[in-house]
Design a protein around this ligand. Sequence first.
Ligand code: AHM
Ligand code: MG
Length: 324
Amino acid sequence: MRENYDRNSISEFLNASLGKSSRYSGLAHVIQSIAQGAVRVNEQVQQAALADVLGTTGDTNVQGEIVQRLDAASSDIFVDELSNSGKVAVIGCEEIEDPVVAGRSDDHAYIVLMDPLDGSSNIDVAVSIGSIFGIWKRDLDEEVSADSLLKPGNEQVAAVYVVYGSSTVMVAATENSVQGFTLDPATGQFFLTNRDIVIPEECPYYSTNEGNFEELDVNTRQAVSDLRNGYSLRYVGSLVADFHRNLLKGGIFLYPADTKRPEGRLRLMYEANPLGFVAEQAGGAASTGYVRIMDVMPEQLHQRTPLILGNKDVVNKVVQTIGS
Ligand code: AHM
Ligand code: MG
């Protein structure tokens, strides 16, 4: 029988689950401001060419990548919402070279690192894209500065992502809790639809860019060959969409280091750490291939990392093969 959802709106859910905890004071506000931003970005994603938001801005970002108009618009929207929440001290963003200081009072207790529009290569072609956020608590004894956000993933207090797909969904993880919400286009509100998400033990899928196979070292090639024999390939090319499928259905995502990308392709602070946090809270795992993602000590806001992410047993098997 179809589950009877209790239509908890995201604000009702957040207030009930986080509202009374002094440890997480203000966190519900931060997540709510991300939800508000996601509603605004979703409008632009849906209107696409009609709103004239497709194509490039003509600029390149700090990573040397071409900035899409929707990358820039999403970055502006989320900086605006997070700054207005009154709870965020510093924002680090894929599209902005230096951290944005949003407030210095004790109320500004959180640090947010974000990829405002993940899957940029899919923007213009109506394929699922998303937004990713890692949330840390600020040390109130320290002055707010650009270095405030160089914290390891294991200090995250929450992580959130949004997928703008065949429906628009938002997943929010806090310690031992991963909850999924779906945007109701009629009311413009997110409602709780996937309660207490746990990554399934069965792992039907692996997701990797097979076009990079020849660039991999011998052990990583072996790991990918093993996956080919046991699992079906699914690769959208938007990390957040590939991860969301694997979280709900079971699966493993790999973007390992290779000869063209010795540092890896994905960003530690606003891609690997937040999704690694979600995976771990849902019973999964995240590794560089050698160490737990969450334990990497960051050196720079925009640093890259290899990433192996998903079902714990399969991540462990791949890590073992890579290190053998
Ligand atoms: P982006 O944040 O600029 O969109 O780049 C990250 C994206 C990920 O979403 C995705 O997993 C990866 O890049 C795809 O890379 P490739 O095209 O090399 O397979
Ligand atoms: Mg990205």
